[in-house]
Design a binder for this molecule. Structure first.
Ligand code: PMP
Ligand code: GLN
Length: 385
């Protein structure tokens, strides 16, 4: 029997179990209200479930095409064109993936190799850096401003070198809940103008934007669309995070290269779910109603916290709200989050782990993709702190 104890050369020596898993387990152990990992605690539309069952009964139980069901790619193409005015050819510019996570991992694997630099804006969603590092790439960080989470575009430009191969952006942004303005997108476009840098635009919360603000998709901007993979996720939009279904759209030459890796990474995604989503997407109200649906939840959550000691800037998008707990305690955010589960039975996500150098600004993230009853119960507990 080989003994691997001292023999494994880890490609990811710093990586631990994700904070989402850790906090989720802690929530379960303490029977806490779980506002940590981002997922709805209510059911998706029964009609969508019925469409999947129907597709299974119709025999869509074997491999889907490698690039995804064409009818679904056509519906995605129509949606992007209607919303953002850009045409992606469903044949060779859109691929269906196993959630946005797989799209992002596969893009990085297809394009990033030893010594390539990838600019990551921090705090960042946790799947970017390990994907870069496992492929031998080097993440280069730009920290968002601590008060309003804006990018300092001068600093951003100073991080671009001859080794920069890729930039990853995320709007609406997890965990801050802020969105990129048109000006931000133009700054990004201009910064990359004279380069061959590829962009991953993680837009999984594109349909969760509040207060009449607009989502600025990279696909809207000529100078970005020509170098960008736009990544989407049906998990967020249709309350089906467990179905792991997403896609990416990008220019044909980039997509051609992407598919070389995709076909050996997963080959294809769930067939019946793709058939169901192709039908479900034909009705735009299924995604256009989401802004209001989640704005009502955000507002309920915020009004419930109005008498609490948390300091809050209402989020502009996503189903996450950051709260500043410094008026309650100055303990480290992970210690506070752990105490919140154990003593108050509320699970949250501490933010320092997503920042460069673990910067701790006394912030935790709550997910408000929960039933109104859960939100009322949670906020009444949080007001006691
Ligand atoms: N990007 C961001 C910013 C996310 O919050 C998430 C998670 N939910 C993902 C990507 C992954 O999406 P999926 O569940 O479709 O893989
Ligand atoms: N996107 C989810 C969040 O931010 C986490 C999904 C996961 O656990 N990988 O909470």
């Amino acid at each position: 029997m080989p003994n691997y104890k001292h023999k494994i050369f880890s490609k990811l020596p710093k990586v631990k179990t994700t904070i989402f898993t850790t906090m989720g387990q802690l929530a379960q152990k303490h029977s806490a209200i779980n506002l940590s990992q981002g997922f709805p605690n209510f059911e998706p539309d029964q009609n969508l479930i019925n469409l999947v069952t129907q597709a299974m009964n119709q025999g869509y139980n074997q491999y889907a095409p490698m690039t995804g069901v064409l009818e679904l790619r056509e519906e995605i193409s129509k949606k992007i064109e209607q919303l953002y005015g850009r045409h992606y050819n469903p044949e060779n510019e859109i691929t269906i993936t196993i959630g946005a996570t797989q799209a992002i991992f596969t893009i990085i694997t297809a394009f990033i190799g030893h010594g390539d630099e990838v600019i990551v804006i921090k705090p960042a969603y946790d799947c970017y850096e390990p994907a870069i590092e496992v492929n031998g790439g080097i993440p280069v960080f730009v920290q968002l401003n601590n008060s309003d989470f804006k990018v300092d575009w001068e600093e951003f430009r100073s991080k671009i070198t001859s080794k920069t191969k890729m930039v990853i952006i995320n709007t609406p942004h997890n965990p801050s809940g802020t969105i990129f303005s048109t000006e931000d997108m133009l700054q990004l476009q201009q910064s990359l103008e004279k380069t061959d840098i590829i962009v991953i635009s993680d837009e999984v919360y594109e349909h969760i934007v509040f207060d009449g603000l607009e989502h600025e998709s990279a696909s809207k901007f000529d100078g970005l669309a020509s170098r960008t993979f736009v990544c989407g996720s049906f998990g967020k939009t249709f309350h089906i995070t467990g179905w792991k279904m997403g896609y990416c759209a990008g220019p044909a030459e980039l997509m051609h290269e992407f598919r070389k890796t995709h076909q050996f990474n997963v080959f294809s995604a769930d067939h019946a779910v793709q058939k169901a989503l192709a039908t479900y997407l034909k009705e735009p109200k299924h995604y256009l109603s989401l802004n209001k649906f989640y704005q009502d939840k955000r507002d309920l959550f915020l009004s419930g916290l109005s008498n609490s000691r948390f300091k809050i800037h209402p989020c502009q998008g996503t189903y996450f709200q950051l709260v500043d707990f410094s008026a309650i305690t100055l303990e480290p955010d992970d210690v506070f989050a752990e105490r919140l589960v154990k003593e108050y039975q509320i699970a949250s996500i501490p933010i320092s782990g997503f920042n460069t150098k673990g910067i701790d600004k006394h912030l935790v993230r709550f997910c408000f993709a929960k039933t109104n009853e859960t939100l009322v119960k949670a906020t009444s507990i949080l007001c006691k702190l």
